[in-house]
Design a protein around this ligand. Structure first.
Ligand code: MG
Length: 168
């Protein structure tokens, strides 16, 4: 069955649609996987990276993290949160760590090797992550940047596990 005609749950569809609505494509996330993994896998292709991102998006924990984080970002953009949370999210306050905690629920799906990847990509902010961190746009991606980084980290972990024959 191809990715296109696979029957997907409402939750998965909602999560995928929200990512698109917020400007994130499968390819954006696959590029982050490639960034993280190409030095360890000389034969790595973008197709393999995309495949692993799709597999991560099938997980309920991941879908729930996406819809929760994006909802909070959207409410913050519309200034609909109560203070002090509204300002905290809007300015992406440094000591607020709940966005990272939600991201860790994604990283967790494929075990501890995802943590290293997540920490690394969160510091480097390659590709789409740099764009999401541009505070001059008026958009709020306080949760989304961590979620996207975490999806890429989880897909990288999945890739590493599948290399040794473990299927998830
Ligand atoms: Mg954040």
């Amino acid at each position: 069955m191809t990715e296109e005609n696979r029957k997907i749950s409402n939750l998965e569809k909602t999560a995928r649609d929200l990512l698109i609505e917020r400007g994130i494509t499968i390819q954006d996330m696959a590029e982050l996987v490639y960034y993280l993994q190409s030095k360890y896998h000389p034969d790595l292709t973008m197709d393999i990276c995309e495949y692993n991102v799709h597999q991560v998006l099938k997980k309920r924990e991941v879908q729930n993290a996406i819809i929760t984080g994006i909802q909070i970002d959207k409410l913050a953009e519309k200034k609909m949160l109560e203070e002090p949370l509204q300002t905290t999210i809007e300015i992406d306050e440094g000591l607020y760590g709940v966005d990272e905690v939600i991201a860790l629920s994604i990283v967790n799906v494929y075990g501890s090797i995802g943590f290293t990847n997540y920490g690394y990509i969160d510091k480097q902010k390659p590709g789409i992550l740099k764009k999401l961190n541009d505070k001059s746009t008026g958009e709020c991606h306080t949760f989304l940047d961590d979620i996207v980084g975490a999806i890429a980290a989880a897909a990288s972990s999945r890739l590493a596990h599948s290399e040794v024959g473990e299927e998830y």
